[in-house]
Design a protein around this ligand. Structure first.
Ligand code: SF4
Length: 249
């Protein structure tokens, strides 16, 4: 009999197998430049997946995501809503560090994004929290700027997507740190509603795979809830040439 415990173990095993499959990747030039491949870390059965941009210097040295100052801030934000690293999974759009922490380029993103998509498929979280421009634009398939997306909540491919600013961008700006704190509070409120809905339906994470997440059940989560198909997101106009650049077809 295949129960929930088996299912959780199977997901862990799948993620491990996937790591072993891709850890020596050199499909783009960053593979030659990295010290360590940074797969991501956390709970393979997490309901919340946080996605950043790319490893920085410290991440490249240690082979783990978010280990520098931005990582400390992220730990603090998670702790503020009663979560730790083992309750979530943290990954990046790119698995290898761009030199001098420059922005990822479109070729690198297009070459690497399949790995992130596979991680999403295996982990199958309820909520994807995109941190910063690159993960937000990739997951929401838009070229809209992060400042217009932050503070809103989206449904995309059966997942709830919550875009927030990248913690590194908030390190030395108290007002941005405050915004992040608000966003994490909201993330927790939405998580509480979503996980309660899942509990009512009796669906496990894997059993729910490929289906639409339940709609938020109360006003807390409905406040500011938007869908990519609704009127407000139809205003997000992605020119066709931009879509191609972003590999969104
Ligand atoms: S960044 Fe991604 S595609 Fe490029 S070498 Fe690293 S793992 Fe491979």
């Amino acid at each position: 009999m295949f129960d929930k415990t088996d299912n959780r173990a199977a997901k862990r095993e799948k993620l491990k197998e996937f790591y072993l499959e891709i850890k020596n990747c050199k499909s783009c030039r960053l593979g030659e430049l990295r010290t360590n491949f940074v797969f991501g870390s956390g709970n393979s059965n997490a309901e919340i997946l946080l996605i950043g941009e790319a490893p920085g210097k410290n991440e490249d040295i240690q082979g783990k995501p978010f280990v520098g100052q931005a990582g400390k801030l992220l730990d603090d934000l998670l702790a503020s809503i009663g979560f730790g690293r083992n309750d979530v999974f943290i990954a990046n759009v790119l698995k290898c560090r761009p030199p001098q922490n420059r922005d990822p380029d479109i070729t690198e993103i297009n070459t690497c994004k399949g790995y992130l998509f596979k991680q999403i498929e295996i982990i199958n979280p309820l909520i994807i929290c995109t941190m910063g421009k690159y993960s937000t634009q990739l997951i929401l398939e838009t070229s809209e700027i992060i400042s217009r997306l932050r503070g809103k909540v989206f449904e995309k491919n059966g997942k709830t997507v919550i875009p927030i600013n990248h913690p590194a961008a908030a390190l030395y700006t108290p007002s941005r740190t405050e915004l992040l704190r608000e966003d994490f509070k909201r993330l927790k409120q939405i998580y509480d509603v979503k996980s309660k809905n899942r509990g009512f339906s009796g669906d496990s994470n894997a059993e729910n795979k490929g289906t639409e997440s339940a709609e938020p059940a109360d006003s807390i989560a409905k406040e500011g809830f938007e869908d990519l198909n609704d009127r407000s997101m139809q205003e997000v106009n992605v020119p066709d040439d931009k879509k191609e650049q972003l590999g969104l077809f």
